[in-house]
Each structure stands twice: as C-alpha cells, then as structure tokens.
Design a protein around this ligand. Structure first.
Ligand code: CTP
Ligand code: MG
Length: 194
C-alpha cells in the first residue's frame, strides 16, 4: 500500500517536470531548427556597431530566425494535437484559435528574439560569434519566450506558468541546453558544444 503511494507520488512529481518541459518545447526547439536550417544573409547585413564589432554577427541569420520560429510553431501545433488526442495524459494545451497562434508566436519567436538580444550584448562585450557566455547562452531564449508570451497572451501565460513552473524551468533548462548542444556538436550540426 505504502509502496504504491510513494510510486504515485514519484510519478506525480515527475509529471510536474514533464509539464514544465512540455510548455517550453515550442521555445526550446527553434534554436535547433535554426542550427540545422540557418545560414545565408545575416540580420545585421554585416554592419558593425560603434565598438567596431558586428551588431549581431554571422550567427544570427534571417533564414535561421524564420526557420526556427516556424519550426517552433509547427512543433507546438503537433504538441497540441498530441495533448488533445490523449486527454488521459493531462498535458497542458497551448490554447485554441487566435490565442493558440499568439502563444506559439510568443514562445517561438520570443525565444529567437531573446537569443538575438543576447548576441547583441555578447558582441558589445567583445565576444566573437560562437564564443560562450555562461548562463546568458542557456537562458536568453527562456526570458525572451516568457517576455513575448506574457505580452501577447497574458491570460494563458499566467494560467500555465506558476512560480514553481518558472523556477523548475530556470533550473532544468541549462542542463537540457548543455545536453542538446553536445549532441549537436557530436553530430557536427554545431561548431561548438555550447
Ligand atoms: N542561427 C541562425 N539564426 C539565428 C540563430 C541561430 O542562423 N537567429 C544558426 C547559426 O548558423 C548559428 C547557429 O544557428 O551559428 C547556432 O546558434 P547560436 O549558438 O545561437 O549562435 P552562435 O553562432 O553561437 O553566435 P552567438 O555568439 O551570436 O551566439
Ligand atoms: Mg552559440
């Protein structure tokens, strides 16, 4: 009896982690799409800023940003389909109708924007494209996605992201980020393992 109770508790706490990661997948995936499909014209068009460094650098391209955003939105639609097909899993929905689009644009494009803003500050600090900036590299897209989603779909955001969910995401994301980037490096999709 006690054994089943503790097992249930374990699944319950694990479920909490699954939901936090699930909610962030449309924000986690865009950068992976950008790594795989990016390239071509850089957003800053090669222009430099006052400190003589590139505004953003060659690592931020139009193609990567568009592919990343569309990839994140597409993944979100697929996740919504899974959640509604298997209601017993009790996975959260990204909304319906107009709100669904606002939520997915907020999470996906917000993630891309956060990453772009971080590159701007990396260049201002004299860091070259691809150079690591600890915690900024791991969390820039998290804050970008939260910010834009809170702006575009505040009701959905506040209903789904509790303080505990936000804290879980802040702790789990750097770990997941590290794992995916090492994989990306090993399969040679990425130049650096961060
Ligand atoms: N990428 C892109 N467009 C974006 C984001 C990423 O094309 N908006 C592609 C680029 O090929 C980039 C790769 O994904 O090199 C890895 O992304 P990221 O690590 O964010 O860029 P870095 O090259 O490390 O550049 P930075 O130092 O500015 O972060
Ligand atoms: Mg990088």
């Amino acid at each position: 009896m006690q054994k089943t109770e503790s097992l249930r508790e374990m699944i319950h706490s694990l479920n909490f982690l699954v939901i936090a990661i699930w909610l962030m997948l449309p924000a986690y995936l865009p950068n992976n799409f950008a790594v795989l499909l990016g390239g071509g014209k850089p957003i800053d068009m090669g222009n430099k800023f006052s400190n003589g460094q590139r505004i953003l650098g060659d690592g931020k391209t139009y193609r990567g940003t568009i592919a990343g955003t569309l990839g994140g939105i597409g993944s979100g639609l697929a996740l919504n389909f899974i959640a509604s097909s298997y209601p017993s899993l009790e996975l959260p929905s990204f909304g319906e109708g107009k709100e669904l689009m606002l939520v997915l644009v907020g999470l996906s494009f917000g993630a891309m924007l956060g990453d772009i803003v971080a590159s701007f500050f990396k260049r201002r600090r004299g860091l070259k494209r691809g150079e690591a900036l600890i915690l900024v590299d791991q969390l820039d897209f998290v804050f970008g996605s939260w910010f834009l989603t809170l702006l575009l779909a505040p009701n959905w955001f506040l209903e789904n992201f509790t303080a505990l969910t936000l804290l879980t995401i802040l702790i789990v994301t750097p770990v997941l980020h590290r794992i995916t980037n090492v994989i990306g490096y090993l399969i040679k999709a990425k130049k650096e393992p961060w």
